[in-house]
Design a protein around this ligand. Structure first.
Ligand SMILES: NC(=O)c1ccc[n+]([C@@H]2O[C@H](COP(=O)([O-])OP(=O)(O)OC[C@H]3O[C@@H](n4cnc5c(N)ncnc54)[C@H](OP(=O)(O)O)[C@@H]3O)[C@@H](O)[C@H]2O)c1
Length: 321
């Protein structure tokens, strides 16, 4: 496994990490397979496990937390998130000081740990001033409940605003942003985020780097019954176009020539960016986590990257693209 710093912070995360969304805490993956997936991930050197309070309404934190408890705490980077409504209560949502302070204690209890390594604001909250949220995050770091804080799906402008408030008042700055990014979902990262996060030393840990499975080639000929697109038709609607299918089919030749799988090709392609600290993958089977973990060893040459670009044909216009 390869380990990368979280932006300019000292803490290192595995270049390939494992997330608990959808596959954990909702009973979709049998408990014993979920346990084997996490244990195998750890064996393969994955140290970063990504959760959120909303995943299975607390269920994913509970399930993964219970499995992770067997490992020495210092060997784990555990992340969770706050924002989405956890009940119908008017204050049980968003990024107010009240919701953040109450949510962290519930997450820590479900996870069975005294602190989380990274606490993410799961979305921007238009109903709370950014300064209120930033001060709550800074307080949690002073209290020792959180080591680093970050944002997820915040715009470049919102990240800059948070960062500047921290500079002005000498508060802990956001250390990481968690955006969606893959061969099929590029614009926000390449065009808007890179110019903002790189100069500030903010790392990126990216979600759905396999486009929810699309990039593995499993949908080349249709939708297998035991697959995410079968279980979550909205995910198929997002990615499963004939154009994307054709691109993924054409990527097979490159992967075959390199002697790797298309999943490894897709993950290594994301990891080509220095700003990316980790690709957060999902898995419903042990074999998937084994396949994905090996992507950390793959280096793509400029020639191969150019071949991939010719197939994708979707580079956003920017100096970084
Ligand atoms: N911050 C946010 O708003 C946000 C949003 C979404 C996700 N996330 C984070 O990102 C994590 C990953 O998201 P994701 O699950 O969508 O990521 P992904 O890695 O793009 O997709 C994972 C799915 O692809 C399939 N798969 C994975 N590896 C495979 C392989 N080697 N061969 C064949 N199929 C493979 C599996 O689906 P099957 O079911 O078909 O087996 C798996 O569940 C989440 O768990 C969560 O921690 C964050």
């Amino acid at each position: 496994m390869q380990y990368r710093r979280l932006g300019k912070a000292g803490m290192k995360v595995s270049a390939v990490s494992l997330g608990g969304w959808i596959n954990f805490g909702e009973g979709k993956v049998p408990d014993d397979e979920a346990r084997r997936i996490v244990e195998r991930a750890y064996e393969l050197g994955i140290n970063y496990f990504d959760l959120a309070d909303i995943y299975g309404k607390g269920g994913a934190e509970r399930q993964m937390g219970e499995i992770l408890r067997q490992f020495p705490r210092h060997t784990l980077v555990i992340a969770t998130k706050v924002f989405w409504p956890m009940s119908d209560d008017v204050n049980d949502r968003g990024l107010s000081r009240k919701h953040i302070m109450e949510s962290i204690d519930k997450s820590l209890q479900r996870l069975g740990t005294d602190y989380v390594d990274i606490y993410f604001c799961h979305r921007p909250d238009p109903e709370t001033p950014i300064e209120e949220t930033v001060r709550a995050m800074d307080d949690l770091i002073h209290q020792g409940k959180v080591l680093y804080w970050g944002t997820s799906e915040w715009s470049a402008a919102q990240i800059v605003e948070a960062y500047e408030i921290c500079e002005r008042y000498n508060l802990y700055k956001p250390q990481v942003e968690q955006p969606q990014y893959s061969m099929l979902w590029r614009e926000n990262v390449e065009k808007h985020l890179l110019p903002v996060v790189e100069p500030r030393g903010i790392g990126l840990v990216v979600w759905s780097p396999l486009a929810m499975g699309m990039l593995t080639g499993k949908y080349d000929e249709g939708i297998p019954a035991d697959s995410r697109f079968a279980r979550e038709p909205w995910a198929a609607e997002r990615y499963l176009t004939e154009e994307n299918r054709e691109k993924v089919r054409r990527l097979k030749r490159i992967a075959d020539e390199l002697g790797i799988t298309r999943a490894q090709l897709a993950l290594a392609w994301v990891l080509r960016l220095n700003a990316v600290s980790s690709v957060i993958t999902g898995a419903t089977k042990v074999s998937q986590v084994e396949d994905n973990a090996r992507a950390a060893d793959v280096v793509l040459t400029d020639d191969v990257l150019a071949e991939i670009e010719a197939i994708l044909g979707n580079a956003p216009t920017s100096e970084h693209a």
